[in-house]
Design a protein around this ligand. Structure first.
Ligand SMILES: Nc1ncnc2c1ncn2[C@@H]1O[C@H](COP(=O)(O)OP(=O)(O)OP(=O)(O)O)[C@@H](O)[C@H]1O
Ligand SMILES: [Mg+2]
Length: 963
């Protein structure tokens, strides 16, 4: 396809079969609504001036093109029923794209199973720029397009690479990307294109999609619904194609029935004789419009000679539009070249550089008109005409379509095609191939195994409903001895992936038990999955509690291999839950050390680093938490495992929050939310809630807790409830509402086996109880906290314990503990805890009437809270300070406009000396988008060059976790 040509040349290639349409019945120089300058028709250099009744749509397209010329990327999805004129609008865009380079792709129904087919069409003319892409992205595209062999790349890395490729191409000349029939895009292409589109901002790129139905990946992109033409335009269009003068009544009826659909207006009257038309007969009323149009095409088809019909059949079954393949297959079914002429004369098909139907509905009419037997014959001919070497997947697909009943040869060819597709990263396609293979497999056991393999891959592709259906099919058959445990496992994994809810833990536990005898290593990995799921389900769990899973895991047979990091993690977590901190903490320390080890296997790291990091945080090992989360993020970025990245990012947020770096935390929250949106994962605002609570933003906490609580309850994610309660207690302690804080903290600390937030809740509980004077309510919490802190023996843990104990003590003992807390926390990076120690010490000193000492500590606390933007606690410190008789200095008002999270992120990376393109690479945006953000940063910070960034930016550690 000449995707890479100037508009004037391209028109021939893109227009519907022009000579066929130029039947000039009225000779008014109107070519199906495209007003053409008569003198130029049918010259190659025509100008397209207007479409009937599409002023607004054309204006929107013009704006988009102007944007691209002026370095503003934009996208538009045109959605409407078949024949309403979407392709015509795309042609308008192409015709108006002066100065732009055009690339295009068309979705083809029968190619939906071929991974990256559409993307390849779009990118093929740009591949000479592949060299300029960063290594991993280059590799990803080369692999999916079959240019080189490599590991199947992550699908999001492919998307990122497409984004880069388009930006690279747009460097030379603004780019228009046209994607027609997007409802038929293969899933991989659609996801990649949609992702890329969302990450474009300041590039010279316009993207226009046409689709019949709303498609999931394209949701959220700007959309315009294309409706039928208005009555006047519809009448005129109709008149332009009917020879005999039309009765007014009849004309009105046709206009009304077609609802202004241009294709129907053009097509329906064609099949009717002048008398039928004049009488208003013959328009079938009961069928849907597109079926009526198809019917009409079918009638025209039936009037053609038999061999022409057969040729059309071959062309309809050959999705790539490759003339050579069509002719080879035609020859096999005994059709000669002359058969083409009547089809061309009837305006149904055109064979040039490519084989093109007059309209997609012609193709479907032809295909549907054939009998099942005929279709099989044609597909068989096409399979034989397709090169097994160069195009094995397409060949396998034709073979499958040619096969009526079970056939092991075809099934195993499909299985091989699945393996190849999978190797290129085409997981959705691999699943489809395997599913078809299963259907065609004669032996029941083999068939069930193939269905199971298809289920497994569908799960990996994120197609959870399909995976469940396939799993049910597999289970109906005989999956053999090995598989029942794996079937359990898959069912459990699907449950966890779909909702992360309370039904997953018992399923995973059951699977893990079943696997013990079959595959001990897999059993242990499954126990870790089950434990993780149980911790998520927490108080909403329905069976398979963390305690139950831990006991089962600990009594499972040990792994036959030497223990991996994940084995240690499983043991550590399980021991902590069953035997408490004194036994569990040392075991978890070993696990954290193993995850920090340089020799950590990549696979283990990819999967579990975030969980190990979280566990480190739990045992008061801040360095471990920092190091492990920092390690996972660049790894995930490099291999493009963008699916785990949000999890890793949000686990890292805490590292910045506890160090009092809200800006860095904000960037991570933003980035992880953007990624979740781009990858269509659920956004769980754990980090956002914590951030808002520490900052003392009551409205925001309420809003986030309110909306997410429903979600947590619905999905059975009890951990979220605990987090919300803990966050509420932090917020309330900051605002000095100790009753509220106490209530919330008590709920959050209720079940210490929920780990993660319950120990932190104990800390809030103690502070709140000390302030409401109900110290007896804090006894259990203090006991638990001190066991946990002593087992950790870290300055963080012991510092927080000393602070908490001080709150419940009097006299010299209290003072000694406050001082110990400050001393210990000063040795750490945990500035939030340090500031809170200064605050409570100051408060104690004030009550002891040691005003001057009190002021010193309260002032320190106040300054720290302000620097960390913790408004709630700052307010508390300020009130205490004024109670000592000192008026806090007013804040110097910061007149500078606030940077958005992404601007801040870009600014920090620029300050650290990264070039625009390096920044873009890291944030998955183009260097122009980086430049765009930097311009805004300069204006807001009132500076003129990046050298000044170091001076005006607050020092903070790297938000991207790349230490
Ligand atoms: N505004 C218009 N004025 C005149 N003719 C039009 C107009 N829009 C479309 N047509 C003609 O109607 C026919 C159908 O239009 P088109 O192929 O663009 O439909 P479509 O929406 O792309 O349908 P599909 O979903 O089936 O691809 C074409 O022959 C086209 O030239
Ligand atoms: Mg179309």
């Amino acid at each position: 396809m000449s995707a890479d040509a100037m508009p004037s040349e391209r028109f021939d290639d893109l227009g519907p079969a022009v000579p066929a349409l130029l039947d000039g019945r009225r000779g008014r120089g109107v070519l199906h609504g495209l007003k053409l300058d008569e003198s130029h028709v049918p010259s190659r250099h025509r100008e397209l001036t207007s479409l009937r009744g599409r002023r607004r749509e054309c204006a929107a397209l013009d704006r988009l093109l102007d944007g691209a010329r002026g370095r503003r990327s934009g996208a538009l999805v045109l959605r409407g029923e078949p024949g309403v004129g979407k392709t015509a609008l795309l042609q308008y865009a192409i015709g108006s794209a002066t100065g732009l380079r055009v690339v295009r792709a068309v979705g083809v129904e029968s190619e939906m199973e071929l991974p990256f087919a559409a993307l390849h069409q779009l990118c093929a003319p740009l591949l000479d720029r592949l060299e300029r892409l960063p290594g991993p992205q280059r590799g990803a595209l080369a692999t999916v397009f079959g240019l080189s062999v490599g590991d199947a790349p992550d699908r999001f890395l492919v998307a990122v690479a497409v984004r880069s490729l388009l930006s690279e191409a747009a460097e030379e000349r603004p780019l228009l990307c046209v994607v027609d029939d997007a409802h038929w895009l293969d899933r991989e292409s659609a996801q990649a294109l949609a992702f890329a589109t969302r990450r474009l901002l300041a590039d010279s790129i316009a993207l226009v999609f046409a689709t019949r139905e709303p498609s999931e990946p394209l949701m959220g992109l700007p959309e315009r619904v294309v409706d039928g033409l208005g009555t006047a335009d519809a009448r005129e269009l109709l008149d332009s194609v009917v020879r005999a003068p039309l009765d007014d009544d009849v004309r009105e009826r046709i206009v009304a029935e077609t609802r202004g659909n241009p294709l129907a207006l053009l097509e329906l009257p064609r099949g009717l004789s002048p008398t039928e038309l004049a009488g208003g007969f013959g328009l079938p009323r009961t069928l849907a419009l597109s079926s009526q149009i198809e019917e009409s095409f079918k009638r025209r088809l039936e009037a053609l000679p038999k061999d022409t019909q057969l040729l059309l059949m071959v062309a309809a079954a050959e999705p790539a539009g490759d003339p050579a393949a069509v002719w080879r297959a035609a020859e096999r079914v005994g059709v000669a070249r002359q058969a083409l002429e009547p089809a061309e004369a009837a305006g149904l098909l055109e064979v040039g550089a490519r084989v093109r139907f007059r309209h997609p509905l012609v193709r479907s009419a032809v295909y549907r008109a054939a009998s099942a037997q005929q279709r099989r014959e044609v597909h068989r001919a096409l399979a034989e005409a397709t090169d097994a070497e160069t195009d094995p997947e397409r060949r396998a697909w034709h073979l499958a379509e040619a096969t009526a009943g079970p056939d092991e040869d075809v099934a195993s060819e499909l299985e091989r095609a699945a393996a190849r597709a999978q190797a290129r990263g085409g997981v959705a396609a691999a699943a489809a191939f395997l599913q078809r293979a299963a259907e065609l497999t004669p032996a029941p056991r083999r068939s069930a195994q193939r269905a199971f393999a298809a289920a497994q891959i569908s799960y990996e592709a994120g197609a959870l409903d399909e995976a469940l259906a396939l799993l049910a099919t597999a289970e109906m058959g005989d999956v053999g001895d090995l598989e029942p445990a794996r079937v359990h496992l898959l069912r459990a994994q699907i449950a966890f992936a779909s909702r992360r809810g309370s039904d997953a833990p018992p399923l995973l536990l059951k699977a893990a038990r079943a696997l013990e005898a079959v595959d001990p290593n897999l059993a242990r990995a499954t126990y870790l999955d089950a434990l993780n799921a149980a911790l998520f389900a927490g108080r909403l769990g329905k069976g398979g509690s963390a305690v139950e899973v831990s006991r089962a895991a600990l009594s499972a047979p040990p792994s036959p291999r030497s223990p991996q990091a994940s084995d240690l993690l499983l043991d550590g977590l399980a021991l902590l839950i069953t035997d408490g901190p004194s036994v569990g903490t040392p075991a978890l320390k070993r696990a954290v050390a193993a995850f920090r080890d340089e020799d950590l296997a990549t696979e283990e790291g990819m999967r579990w680093l975030w969980l190990a990091g979280r566990a480190a945080g739990f045992i008061w090992d801040y360095e471990g938490w920092d190091a492990l989360t920092a390690r996972q993020i660049p790894v995930a970025r490099n291999v493009g495992a963008l699916a785990v990245l949000p999890l890793a990012l949000s686990t890292r947020v805490g590292v910045h929050l506890f160090a009092g770096e809200p800006r860095a935390a904000t960037s991570l929250v933003e980035e992880s939310e953007a990624l979740s949106r781009a990858t269509h994962s659920r956004i769980v605002p754990y980090a956002a809630i914590t951030l808002a609570a520490l900052r003392g933003r009551e409205d925001e906490v309420k809003r986030l807790v309110g909306t997410s609580t429903k979600d947590f309850v619905a999905s059975g994610e009890g951990l979220g409830l605990t987090l919300a309660q803990w966050a509420t207690s932090v917020l309330s302690n900051g605002l000095g509402r100790y009753e509220d804080a106490l209530g919330a903290a008590e709920q959050a600390a209720e079940n210490p086996h929920e780990l993660w937030f319950s120990t932190w809740a104990a800390v809030e509980l103690i502070e709140a109880a000390s302030r409401t004077g109900e110290v007896e309510r804090a006894a259990d919490a203090l006991e638990w906290l001190s066991r946990s802190a002593r087992a950790s023996a870290s300055d963080w843990g012991l510092g927080v314990e000393a602070r908490s104990r001080a709150l419940l003590s009097d006299g010299d003992a209290a003072e000694r503990l406050y001082r110990e807390a400050i001393e210990r926390l000063q040795r750490t990076r945990l500035r939030v805890d340090l500031a809170r120690a200064q605050l409570v010490y100051g408060e104690w000193l004030r009550r002891e009437r040691r005003r001057l000492d009190a002021r010193e500590h309260l002032r320190t606390a106040l300054e720290m809270f302000r620097a960390m933007e913790m408004e709630g606690f700052a307010g508390r410190a300020e009130r205490e300070l004024s109670a000592t008789g000192e008026r806090a200095r007013k804040r110097t008002v910061d007149t500078r406009e606030e940077l958005t999270a992404q601007e801040a992120q870009v600014a920090r990376l620029a300050r650290d000396g990264l070039s625009n393109s390096a920044i873009g690479e890291r944030l998955f945006i183009s260097q122009h988008t980086v430049a765009y953000h930097l311009r805004k940063v300069f204006t807001k910070l009132e500076i003129t060059s990046r050298n000044q960034l170091g001076r005006v930016l607050r020092p903070s550690s790297d938000p991207a976790g790349l230490v």
